[in-house]
Design a binder for this molecule. Structure first.
Ligand code: NOJ
Length: 547
């Protein structure tokens, strides 16, 4: 009897495409599905196993597509459903799986359901799909509770009745253009079953589930003592917040798992759940819930050897206890790119971003060296890893975006106090000598690209053996060939304390993390070095050795 094929997602490298910024085939300055299809060969050549696409659904784009007005159609900005089908066909032909984003916590305020809710009376079935409440105060002029929006400001907006009088308030944990659904409502549950099936029927291999810790709110929507929330993580309130990580979310994921399991082909659910500690996050990936959860604990870990060893152990242990693989991630479209973040010298809570006036701005050379070391460390770990578009080019955060070009709702809702996430979303450079560095044929780009980006362009890096791109490519191919993600990690305990060192099969990995920890290169065949080495491995460098 042959043993069943291993589940691909336990070891996969999943490449995040942020469609607006990946490649623009239409020339309007916003990336699209045609642009993705045209570059899938590059991703297959890079050596990833799957792609995950951030939202490309019909949306007024108030939160770059995370404000969805129609969950089962493509926004004309990005193309058509036929373009989606063509992209999936090509990806599958290249052996790449396709994961799409699903955004169940909220819709756009332009969604037909929300428009119907606004037009319907208080207490109606239309309003019951969202969270409408009367305001406090004599005339209902105060929000129903004290919750803050993740993007700054209150989490409630007051409506205006059809006759022009002030009406009820609705809850939005994010922008006011993103009203939260009420997940105790059967219509909502049924609608999302339909949405899941729609994309599964069209060939999607799974879903990245947006705000998977947020759908259920505590009964009675109680006020929250923000000051007592000692467990907050990355600027996001911790587990005591009455709108995060409520037990009721797990019933939803069990329901979704049953839908996914109706389909063949090992399809998956991956949770975006900002939950601490990892033992709690692991609940999202119990055997009858999701398959993977983004390991934000790892992403948030400082570049320090002790801290890295601890989070790696904790991740393997906690996810392992529920039979799930650990995932590893360093960058995405919501955080400062790790080629900058790892060299910041001042606190920068997640979501705040960096801009010209931020404190502790990074040294780009140190940042890139660390990013390469961190990525090659990550890609040697057991489990599944996520790569965010552009990190394979070593892209730093774009810092000098002019104020009037910024688009993140965080920037507007905090009146410029937080820069937000535009700096990690700048369109990719493909060709050093082309307009918009080859992002679009017309030279248009929805966020300005820094002038230094010619040197990061993919074509320039492809022919340079020491480039970040080639280093990623080698790491990804070796990882696959050597089965690195499938082995059990064994710490090498006689390495210097500032070095993260472990064995995986017959490969040894040495990451010199702490500044004073440079070490003599051990004997063996060097398979990969994140930067130049001699007979010494300098700080901020990772080496893979066969001994
Ligand atoms: C998490 C997404 O990653 C982020 O980009 C978005 O703004 C919020 N969820 C709201 O959907």
């Amino acid at each position: 009897m042959t043993s069943p094929a291993p589940e691909w997602w336990r070891t996969a490298v999943i490449y995040q495409i942020y469609p607006r910024s990946f490649a623009d085939a239409s020339g309007d300055g916003i990336g699209d599905l045609g642009g993705i299809t045209a570059h899938l060969d590059d991703l297959a050549e890079l050596g990833v196993d799957a792609i995950w696409l951030s939202p490309f659904y019909v949306s007024p784009q108030k939160d770059a597509g995370y404000d969805v007005a129609d969950f089962t159609d493509v926004d004309p900005l990005f193309g058509t459903l036929d373009d989606f089908d063509a992209m999936v066909d090509k990806a599958h032909a290249l052996g790449l799986r396709v994961i799409v984003d699903i955004v169940p916590n909220h819709s756009s305020d332009q969604h037909a359901w929300f428009q119907a809710a606004l037009a319907a009376p208080e207490g109606s079935a239309e309003r019951a799909r969202y969270i409408f409440r009367d305001g406090k105060g004599e005339h209902g002029e105060l929000p129903p509770n004290n919750w803050d929006s993740v993007f700054g400001g209150p989490a409630w907006t007051r409506t205006t009745n059809p006759d022009g009088t002030p009406g009820q308030w609705y809850l939005h944990l994010f922008d006011s253009s993103q009203p939260d659904f009420d997940w105790s409502n059967e219509d909502v549950l049924n609608e999302f079953d339909r949405v899941l099936r729609f994309w599964l029927d069209r060939g999607a291999d799974g879903f990245r589930v947006d705000v998977a810790h947020g759908l259920i709110k505590a009964d009675g929507l109680p006020d929250f003592s923000y000051d007592d929330d000692t467990n907050s993580m990355g600027g996001v309130e911790g587990p005591t917040a009455p709108y995060w990580a409520q037990e009721g979310v797990h019933e939803i994921w069990r329901r979704w798992r049953r839908v996914i399991d109706e389909y063949d082909g090992d399809r998956i659910l991956a949770a975006e759940a900002w939950v601490v500690p990892l033992s709690r996050m692991a609940k999202w990936v119990r055997p009858d819930e999701m398959h993977q959860a983004f390991n934000f604990g790892y992403l948030e870990t400082p570049w320090k050897a002790d801290a890295l060893r601890t989070i790696i152990d904790e991740s393997i242990d906690e996810f392992g206890k529920v039979g799930a693989p650990s995932t590893w991630v360093l960058s995405n479209h919501d955080v400062v790119r790790h080629a900058s973040r790892l060299a910041l010298t001042a606190e920068n809570p997640q979501g705040h971003g960096i801009g010209p006036l931020s404190k502790g701005l990074p040294d780009p050379v140190v940042g890139l060296q660390r990013a390469r070391a961190a990525s090659t460390l990550m890609l040697a770990l057991p489990g599944s890893a996520y790569v965010y578009q552009g990190e394979e080019l070593g892209l730093p955060e774009a810092i000098d975006i002019p104020d009037d070009a910024r688009q993140d709702p965080t920037w507007f809702r905090t009146e410029g106090e937080r820069y937000g996430r535009d700096g990690c979303r700048v369109p990719l450079p493909w060709r050093a000598d082309a307009p918009a560095y080859g992002f679009s044929g017309t030279g248009e780009a929805w966020l300005p690209q820094p002038v230094q980006w010619a040197e990061y362009a993919r074509d320039a890096q492809r022919s340079d053996d020491s480039s970040t791109l080639r280093t990623y490519q080698r790491a990804l191919h070796l990882r696959r060939e050597l089965g690195l993600a499938t082995h059990t990690l064994e710490w090498i305990t006689d390495a210097p304390a500032g070095v993260v060192a472990f064995r995986s099969g017959d490969i040894e990995v040495y990451s010199v993390v702490d500044a004073d920890a440079a070490m003599t290169l051990p004997d063996g065949e060097v398979l990969l070095a994140s930067s130049e080495i001699t007979d010494t491995i300098p700080a901020d460098t990772t080496v893979w050795l066969r001994r």
